[in-house]
Design a protein around this ligand. Structure first.
Ligand SMILES: Nc1ncnc2c1ncn2[C@@H]1O[C@H](COP(=O)(O)OP(=O)(O)O)[C@@H](O)[C@H]1O
Ligand SMILES: N[C@@H](CC(=O)OP(=O)(O)O)C(=O)O
Length: 453
């Protein structure tokens, strides 16, 4: 049995919906279909989820969301028309949205959650209706009824372990299940969404709960590429990746698969297969526990912006017991999470996502580090991009770090910081954001297209 997820790009129009239908019915193993809200039809289009967020924001600010409601209804109307679904399903969707938005007595955060989730929920109902109109036994299933219970953290829900057993009963269901992605219910019955792009997470949870043979994730590219195709034209396609490699790459910017979505599939040992809705015959990319190391040391290069580094130095820091703990405690008191912690003998850098800081928080943190830890120097560097070079083959290859740093030097990129992941499947370079593309291209050329002599 297969759990299949279709992203927003795969469901952005009626034509796309027809492709989704053909893919699902072409394989009787495809029993559970997880759907996102309609995504972009072209690069300048707006995702339904973004329209819904703007709708809810306007209501919360006491403004009229009229045009936005129309825009949402129009997206569903055009999909239904193109797919030839009878009846005015868009009118029903609009009515439901108006109904949701009229509950402005709701806590704003709850309202936002319900409105955001409605994109997937309404789309799952529409997709089910389309499948039925094509004579297939398919039904919309509500995540709450199916037992997908999550923590009550709006916009960052985490699945609760009891969900897995409850979801297992979906195996008894006759016919195809159409399941909305992106949200679950808290134990108190509130709708709570995962982080953005979280329908990937729903698919993985269902694959685990139903003990699927494979989790197929359909998107709009032929494979996971060795670098973001927005940076390098027609990059090399990756046929097979390990969970660990994919985790590192999606953490650092491979937006094709959500970084939180690997864990449920990984725990149950279920392979993830990334495939293209627009070219289903293409072999795609399989994400598995182990793979044969047939390629070189590097399998992929990812990059992500928006980091800063707090650099702290103090003579004899290495001998001072508890220095690191006290430094991190200051950050913890500001509810700030850190990403990496490269260190030397007398210095340490804390890398974090810079959107957690404001000028006043920054000032307080730096002052406290200076006064409470007696640091000789404390400084902060903004606008860093982290370049992650990933591959299981790195462990048994000598000189990978040297090759990557030589490639950066040749491209004239200054390395602000280096960190070798403890897992030994990745190494990380911190560079100025303005050098990000240049750095990724240079490392890609070194490992994938340089002429070996
Ligand atoms: N390394 C990569 N390999 C493939 N796609 C990537 C990579 N990095 C970024 N992407 C982008 O991810 C997009 C697919 O993810 P997303 O837009 O979330 O799809 P969906 O709508 O199916 O959820 C691709 O169109 C591509 O631009
Ligand atoms: N629609 C949600 C969830 C999602 O997974 O979407 P997509 O499959 O288009 O990335 C979002 O935009 O965040």
């Amino acid at each position: 049995m297969k759990v299949v997820k279709f992203g927003g790009s795969s469901l952005s129009s009626g034509e796309q919906l027809k492709k989704v239908f053909e893919i699902v019915v072409s394989d009787p193993e495809r029993k559970v279909v997880v759907v996102s809200a309609p995504g972009k039809r072209s690069s300048d289009d707006i995702k339904v989820t973004d329209l819904l967020i703007s709708c809810a924001e306007r209501v919360i600010e006491g403004k009229d969301p009229g045009i936005l409601i129309e825009a949402v209804a129009e997206r569903y109307r055009s999909i239904a028309n193109e797919a030839g679904i009878q009846g005015d399903i868009a009118a029903k969707i609009k009515e439901n949205l108006l109904d949701l938005l009229s509950q402005s007595n709701k806590d704003p955060e709850r309202l936002m959650e319900a409105v955001k989730a409605s994109g997937e929920d309404q789309n799952a109902r529409l997709v089910a209706e389309y499948f039925q109109s094509r004579g297939v036994n398919a039904a919309y299933i509500n995540p709450g009824k199916a037992g997908l219970i999550v923590s009550d953290e709006p916009g960052n829900a985490q699945v609760l372990p009891e969900s897995y057993n409850q979801l297992m009963s979906l195996r008894e269901h006759e016919g195809i299940i159409i399941f909305p992605g992106f949200f679950g219910y808290s134990a108190d019955g509130n709708i709570v969404t995962f982080s953005r792009s979280g329908s990937d997470i729903t698919g993985s949870i269902l694959a685990n709960g139903l003990k699927a043979d494979v989790y197929e994730n359909f998107t709009d590219v032929d494979a996971v590429y060795a670098v973001n195709p927005g940076i390098v034209e027609k990059p090399e396609e990756i046929r097979e990746l390990t969970y660990r490699e994919m985790r590192e790459l999606s953490y650092a910017g491979f937006s094709v698969f959500h970084d939180e979505a690997l864990m449920p599939a990984f725990r149950a040992g279920i392979p993830v297969h990334v495939k293209n809705t627009n070219n289903p015959a293409s072999p795609g990319t399989r994400i598995v526990s182990q793979r044969l190391n047939k390629n070189g040391p590097v399998v992929g290069i990812a990059a992500d912006k928006g980091f800063c580094s707090i650099y702290v130095s103090k003579y004899l820091m290495n001998r001072e017991i508890g220095f690191g703990r006290r430094l991190l405690q200051i950050l913890e008191e500001f509810q700030i999470s850190y990403e990496h912690l490269p260190s030397g003998i007398d210095d340490i850098s804390v890398i974090l996502r810079q959107d957690q800081l404001s000028p006043s928080i920054e000032k307080e943190i730096l002052e406290r580090i200076q006064s409470e830890l007696g640091a000789d120097e404390v400084k902060i560097m903004y606008d860093l991009s982290l370049i992650m070079v990933v591959g299981e083959g790195m462990r048994c290859n000598i000189g990978t770090m040297a090759r990557a740093s030589r490639a950066l030097a040749r491209a004239g990129v200054n390395i602000e910081m280096i960190n070798q992941g403890s897992s030994e499947v990745s190494m990380m370079f911190g560079v100025n954001e303005t050098d990000e593309r240049k750095a990724v291209k240079a490392i890609y050329e070194e490992f994938f297209i340089s002429i070996k002599v």
